[in-house]
Design a protein around this ligand. Structure first.
Ligand SMILES: Nc1ncnc2c1ncn2[C@@H]1O[C@H](COP(=O)(O)OP(=O)(O)OP(=O)(O)O)[C@@H](O)[C@H]1O
Length: 359
């Protein structure tokens, strides 16, 4: 049976820059390509698309696009590419922009219906508008819907939000989350922004100097004590959780995740059953050998110490913990680690001072 997932192995040079990657990525969900400017993210997308010639292999859910010198040209690769700057046809309405690619796909090969794309991107009220009458965020939503209506098997997005202001970014995020949760095809999403990646990604590829320096599920990468994500002050884990209970009296709500539950301040808009992403920063978790109830912190979770990275900076250590299978990070002084004799395998209580909803 054909292998699921994306196999992308490329070696190429562009001027003085060399790209050399060997990736096996999930065949669905959103994979973020992350790294400093010039590390090769766009070059990698261009190789995948066949826009940049490279030696290598490209397979998408069992469909081979390239193997050695046998390489399908870009127009024979069923993918869609969304860029930072949208290029809608200025003389066509939103609806006609959307129909442009859709009409060219034979009905039997259409995998996403017109109505479905319009609904996912919230475009029903915009169909009659001309592109010049759209905000930047609306234009980008139209561009994404138009890309989907070509029925791609892979969606490539190169910094699709970077030309937008903060308000437009916030507005478009829920649509991207809906795509991540509903689209059957994989999405590769280039971004510089840790906030975007924390909110949207299921999987991360970190690049540096044309190579992959870390790769894996978001939760796993964020919980590494060596912090390949490059975060310092903001190191912490991301949890997928579900709102399960409201405590009206104390204005709190309970969010369940795979390894337990956490209480957070109830924002009126959270509905029971709603899926949310939570961030718990390493600096907001302290550890105790026993369950301490005579203190103010309410979120107390039992966990096992998985790894201790001493002196990640002078005097500061990073402790990786597991609550069930869910990893957490706690940043402690190295003195506290010694005083409490924190070591792998030990059972401790995490005292979690603050939990934030990623939005
Ligand atoms: N046509 C070209 N000729 C010469 N060098 C190039 C060319 N295109 C890209 N490069 C170089 O290749 C390297 C990788 O570029 P690439 O655009 O892939 O990086 P990136 O990670 O996407 O960066 P950014 O986040 O700034 O978009 C850079 O050093 C760039 O200068």
């Amino acid at each position: 049976m054909a292998a699921a997932g994306i196999q992308a192995r490329f070696a190429c040079s562009v001027g003085n820059f060399a790209l050399d990657v060997d990736l096996d990525l999930p065949g669905s969900g959103l994979t973020a390509l992350f790294g400093h400017s010039g590390c090769g993210k766009t070059t990698l997308l261009r190789c995948m698309a066949g826009l940049q010639s490279a030696d290598g292999i490209m397979r998408v859910n069992g469909d081979q696009w390239q193997s050695g010198t046998d390489s399908r040209p870009v127009h024979q690769r069923p993918l869609a590419y969304v860029f930072q700057e949208t290029s809608l046809f200025p003389h066509l309405s939103v609806k006609r922009n959307l129909m442009y690619g859709y009409r060219r796909i034979p009905e039997s090969e259409r995998r996403i219906s017109f109505d479905q794309a319009v609904q996912w991107l919230g475009l029903s009220r915009l169909l009659g508008r001309m592109p010049e009458k759209l905000s930047g965020g609306e234009r980008q939503r139209v561009a994404i819907a138009r890309a989907l209506l070509t029925s791609p098997k892979l969606l490539l997005m190169d910094e699709p939000l970077s030309a937008l202001d903060q308000a437009s970014k916030r507005e478009i995020m829920p649509y991207l989350e809906a795509l991540r949760d509903n689209l059957a095809i994989p999405m590769l999403y280039v971004s510089h922004s840790t906030a975007e990646v924390a909110r949207l990604a299921d999987h991360i590829v970190m690049m540096d100097g044309g190579r992959v320096v870390a790769e894996g599920p978001l939760q796993t990468i964020m919980a590494r004590t060596d912090q390949p994500f490059g975060l310092e002050e903001d190191s912490g884990v991301i949890l997928d959780a579900t709102v399960s209970e409201h405590d009206e009296h104390w204005h709190l709500c309970r969010a369940d995740f795979a390894g337990g539950h956490l209480w957070l301040r109830a924002d009126g808009h959270l509905a029971i059953g709603q899926r949310i992403r939570l961030q718990v920063l390493a600096r907001d978790i302290s550890l105790a050998r026993s369950r301490q109830t005579d203190q103010s912190i309410q979120n107390l979770l039992p966990a096992m110490v998985d790894e201790v990275a001493s002196d990640v900076r002078p005097g500061t250590s990073m402790v990786r913990l597991l609550a069930g299978q869910t990893p957490f990070l706690s940043r402690l002084t190295t003195r506290a680690v010694h005083t409490l004799a924190i070591e792998p395998g030990q059972k401790v209580w995490m005292q979690i001072k603050s939990v934030a909803i990623v939005d």
